[in-house]
Design a protein around this ligand. Sequence first.
Ligand SMILES: Nc1ncnc2c1ncn2[C@@H]1O[C@H](COP(=O)(O)OP(=O)(O)OP(=O)(O)O)[C@@H](O)[C@H]1O
Length: 237
Amino acid sequence: MSALLTVDGLVKKFGGVAAVDGVSFTLEPGRILGLIGPNGSGKTTLLSMLAGTLAPTAGTVTLDGRTASGRGAHRAARAGIARTFQTTRLFPTWTLRESLSLAHGERRDSRPFWSDEELAGLLGLGGQLDRRCTALTSAHQRLAMIALALATGPRVLLLDEPAVGMDGGEAESLATAVRRVAGELDVAVVVVDHNMRFLMPLAHSVLVMATGKVLATGTPEEIRSDEAVIASYLGGA
Ligand SMILES: Nc1ncnc2c1ncn2[C@@H]1O[C@H](COP(=O)(O)OP(=O)(O)OP(=O)(O)O)[C@@H](O)[C@H]1O
């Protein structure tokens, strides 16, 4: 299968310092890429360039061969790239259903899509649709962010630390939902998370960053036994 997302030589410098320094990878539809690395290694900066919120200093992001980088978040979203953030960003006084209807308005095409009930059921948010977003638990708020990102009908979903603050059972349910999103909707997913119990069984492949560069890529099994990765990151995880 050919690549949906192609990342080629991405660099982001802040002042003279390269937060991301020449990262390249490809991702096919329906595949889940885990992005890991120590604090400050450039994961969020990379995600922001994929999402169009940060313009690269050099390099390109292409979606189906079309340039998606450096054109702003709105155009990246229109091209089919959706992201969630480390912190929740919801309209506090709106219900989840109202928020979803706004997100549906951002959809790019009219392909059949999951209903709000199906989406809520998928993410373990059944019964939460008519509650105000502020009344949701913090785990439910994180899941609501994913529901909103999905409601835009993305082809690429970027998740920034989605399992933070979740217990083992909640993280497991989230992993099941992400697998279904990738498998049933053919969405390519990039997940950043420090929780290896969540990420390693979920990801089809893993990219490890260190000081802005790619330290290693491989299957979760290959990454777990990579000496350089163990020394720089997994040894303490
Ligand atoms: N807007 C900015 N201005 C200046 N430096 C920045 C900016 N954003 C990030 N950096 C720097 O870039 C480097 C990479 O940061 P980034 O947040 O991408 O790392 P990360 O791997 O996501 O870290 P964490 O796991 O803690 O979220 C860090 O040294 C950070 O201080």
